[in-house]
Write a protein that binds this ligand. Sequence first.
Ligand code: NAD
Length: 241
Amino acid sequence: MPKHVQDIQKAVDWLLQSQKTVVFTGAGMSTESNIPDFRSKSGWWKQIDPRTVATTEALTENYQLFHAFYTARIQALKEVLPHEGYHVLARWEKRGLIDLIGTQNVDGLHRKAGSDAVEELHGSIHTITCHRCGKKAATSDFTHGQACDTCGGKLRPNVVLFGEMLPQEAWQRTLKAIKTAQLVFVIGTSLDVYPANQLPMMTDGRVVVINKEAHAGYTFDLTIEGKAGELLVHMDAIAQK
Ligand code: NAD
């Protein structure tokens, strides 16, 4: 049996044996739904590094660029559907095979696919608040460039910008689950972004990485290189036998 096939079988065996499994996802989980990750060479992110826009400095000092960037992301997401790998994770939750998904993604695709136990560690692009007074606003108020109707402050999506704290409840719930998990799947993340990148190291359980490329400098119990959606579908077929 080729090593790749053996590794996939091993991951499925561990999944079926585990009493508590947590999934930790990043932008690579969504590329097969045509949402570029930070490392993508395509689209308008070729001209602009999102890391220079997804900051509190951009929000306060370069709002026009910040607004254009997030408006484009919100518009692009309207067309997007979760791929089959998302549906596999949702089914695994229903079957009691996974307990929690902690995601760095802000696109809402886990919930759209039907997963309920989801913690959004970097917030959500689908809700809007005033950066000054915290009042909620409609997405269309933001995309139309309006200011807060109460205080005149800048509207923003509820994503965690570089320089901001992670939502503490989401962080604590994910951390607690990962600490007590027997198995953690780490899917589609470069593990570049602190502090979320610390989570896979917080477990005493096994860690299985599913990523297009292996992570230099890390040791995990198993790394399966390939596309998240394709591999999850493959694993699901084996898990059903
Ligand atoms: P990242 O772009 O730094 O890394 C993505 C990783 O996924 C890379 O290692 C890449 O090789 C891998 N990858 C790409 N396509 C894959 C596929 N089909 N299957 C498996 N692996 C694949 O993303 P990150 O680690 O999540 O961190 C960047 C930050 O970007 C996060 O804070 C996140 O909030 C934000 N972000 C979110 C979205 C989203 O919500 N969809 C999109 C872009 C960035």
